[in-house]
Design a protein around this ligand. Structure first.
Ligand code: SF4
Length: 452
C-alpha cells in the first residue's frame, strides 16, 4: 500500500534539519507522498525506515522498456486512472506484426514503409514504435524454429526498431539468436503450460516477458510464478479480444494495481487489435487500447491514414493537460521573407502556431510571424484570460526587434481579436494594423487579395 504523508513522517528522523531544502520533516513527507521528491534527498533516514519507504514508493505499475539499437519503448510508471488527475507517463508503443509464414520479401515490403513513416505533428516527431514477429504454426512443426528465425532476420534487415517475439519457446530461442547484443525484446507469451521455459528464456536474454491467461486470477498466478523464477519485467496479456472484454479486463487490472497497489497486476498491458483482422475494427480497438491502458499495441495493418489518427490520439491523451504544448515566442520566417513582407501575429500555442505557419508556408506567401508569449494558450483563450492583448503584442514587437526587419510596417491581427486593432494602433503608432481572417485556412486568400 502507498503510505500517507503522516505515515511517511513517522519513519523520518523528525529533526527538521532542513537539509532536504524543506523547512520540516513533515513538509518533506508530504512531498514524498505526492511523489514530488526522492527519498534520497534526506540523508538521515535509517536503513530500516529506508527499506519500508522504498517499498512503499515503488510505482504501482512497474516501469520497464523494450530496447534496440538506440530505440526504446518505455511502459509502466503510471499512477492514475484518468489523465485529468495527473499526466499519463509513457505513451503506448504501436507495433506492426508480421508472420513467419510470409516470405522474407513480403515481410520486408510490409516493414519498410512502416519503419520509414515519420510525421511532424505540431513540432513532435511521430512514427511507429517497432515490429512484432509471430510464429504462424506451433513449435512442433518441422522447421518452425528456422522459419521464425528467418522472419526475425528479415525484419532486422530493414528495421532496427524494438521487437516483440510471439512464439513458443523453441522458436523464440532461434529468434533471439538473430538479435543484436544488448537488445531488450518483449517475449510473448508465457502461459500456464510453458511459463517455465519462457521464464528461463527471458531471464537468460534479459528480455521482458508477457504472460497470457483468460482470467485475472490466472494472470495473477502466472505473474507470481514468473517473478519468483527471476523475471522482473513482466507484461500482462489478457486473452479477451472483444472491445467490451478487453476494456473490462484492462480496467480491472489497472484499478487493482493503482487503487489497491496489488503488485501481481502492477505491470504494463499488451493488446492485440490486429487479431480483429478487419482494418476498421482494428483501428477502433487500437484507439481503445491507447485510452485504456495498453503499453504495447500490436497491429496487423499499417497505412499513414490509420497510423496518423492513432498517433495523434496518443499524443492528445498522453500530453499533460495542465501544460499546453508551446512554441518559443519570437519572430519566425515563413518562406524567406523580405523587408516588404507583412508581419502576422499569433500566440505560442503549438497547434495555433503550426496551423498558421502551415497554411502560409503551403501557399508560398512570404511573411514574418510574430509568435507572442500568451502562456501557450490559443488566440481566443489567451485573449479571454487577459494574456493576449495590444500591450502584450506591442511589447513583443519591441522585444523581438520586429521593426528592424521590415520597411513596410504592416501587422496583421488574428480575426478573432479584431477588437484589439484600435488599442494596437495606439500602442504602435508607426504601424498599419490590419485584421486578418478568423481561421488559418483563409489566410492564403486574405494575403493574396488584401496584402499584395
Ligand atoms: S533532511 Fe531529513 S531529517 Fe532533515 S528536515 Fe529533511 S526530512 Fe527531516
Amino acid at each position: 500500500m502507498a503510505l500517507s504523508g503522516i505515515q511517511i513522517y513517522k519513519l523520518l528522523p523528525q529533526t527538521n534539519c532542513k537539509e532536504c531544502n524543506f523547512p520540516t520533516c513533515l513538509a518533506f513527507a508530504m512531498k514524498l507522498a505526492a511523489k514530488q521528491v526522492e527519498l534520497a534527498d534526506c540523508p538521515y533516514v535509517s536503513e530500516e525506515s529506508s527499506a519500508k519507504l522504498s517499498a512503499a514508493s515503488q510505482p504501482p505499475v512497474r516501469p520497464m522498456a523494450v530496447k534496440s539499437n538506440g530505440y526504446e519503448v518505455k511502459a509502466g510508471s503510471e499512477t492514475v486512472l484518468f489523465r485529468h488527475e495527473r499526466t499519463f507517463v509513457n505513451r503506448p508503443g504501436l507495433f506492426l506484426r508480421v508472420y513467419d509464414s510470409e516470405s522474407a520479401e513480403a515481410i520486408k515490403a510490409k516493414v519498410k514503409p512502416a519503419d520509414n513513416y515519420a510525421v511532424d505533428y505540431v513540432g513532435i516527431d511521430l512514427g511507429m514504435s517497432g515490429f512484432a514477429v509471430q510464429a504462424d504454426g506451433g513449435d512442433a512443426s518441422p522447421g518452425s524454429a528456422q522459419r521464425f528465425a528467418a522472419a526475425v532476420k528479415a525484419v532486422r534487415e530493414v528495421s532496427h526498431k524494438p521487437i516483440i517475439l510471439i512464439a513458443g519457446p523453441e522458436a523464440i530461442k532461434a529468434g533471439l539468436a538473430e538479435l543484436a547484443e544488448g537488445e531488450v525484446p518483449l517475449l510473448c507469451c508465457a502461459t500456464a503450460e510453458n511459463w517455465e521455459a519462457m521464464a528461463a528464456l527471458a531471464k537468460g536474454a534479459k528480455a521482458a516477458l508477457a504472460v497470457e491467461a483468460e482470467t485475472i486470477d490466472e494472470l495473477v498466478a502466472l505473474t507470481t510464478k514468473v517473478k519468483d523464477a527471476g523475471v522482473q519485467d513482466i507484461v500482462l496479456s489478457p486473452t479477451q479480444r472483444s472491445l467490451k472484454g478487453s476494456l473490462t479486463a484492462s480496467t480491472m487490472m489497472r484499478r487493482l494495481a493503482l487503487k489497491k497497489n496489488f503488485r501481481p497486476l502492477g505491470f504494463p498491458i499488451i493488446s492485440f487489435p490486429g487479431d480483429w483482422g478487419d482494418v476498421s475494427r482494428e483501428v477502433v480497438a487500437a484507439a481503445q487500447a491507447i485510452g485504456k491502458y495498453s503499453g504495447f499495441i500490436v497491429m496487423d495493418h499499417f497505412s499513414p491514414e490509420t497510423a496518423y489518427p492513432l498517433l495523434v490520439l496518443r499524443e492528445n491523451i498522453y500530453t499533460d493537460p495542465q501544460k499546453p504544448i508551446q512554441v518559443t515566442p519570437g519572430v519566425y520566417e515563413i518562406n524567406d521573407p523580405g523587408p516588404d513582407d507583412p508581419v502576422l501575429v499569433t500566440t505560442n500555442f503549438s497547434i495555433t502556431y503550426f496551423s498558421v505557419a502551415n497554411e502560409v508556408e503551403g501557399s508560398g506567401n512570404k511573411a514574418w510571424m510574430l509568435v507572442a508569449d500568451a502562456e501557450g494558450m490559443s488566440v481566443l483563450t489567451a485573449w479571454a484570460a487577459g494574456k493576449f492583448d495590444a500591450e502584450v503584442i506591442a511589447k513583443d514587437v519591441k522585444r523581438f526587434g520586429v521593426a528592424d526587419k521590415v520597411n513596410a510596417k504592416r501587422i496583421v491581427l488574428p480575426g478573432h481579436v479584431a477588437v484589439l486593432s484600435g488599442e494596437l494602433e495606439e500602442e504602435l503608432p508607426d504601424w498599419e494594423v490590419k485584421v486578418g481572417p478568423r481561421e488559418a485556412v483563409d489566410l492564403p486568400g486574405y494575403m493574396k487579395s488584401v496584402l499584395n
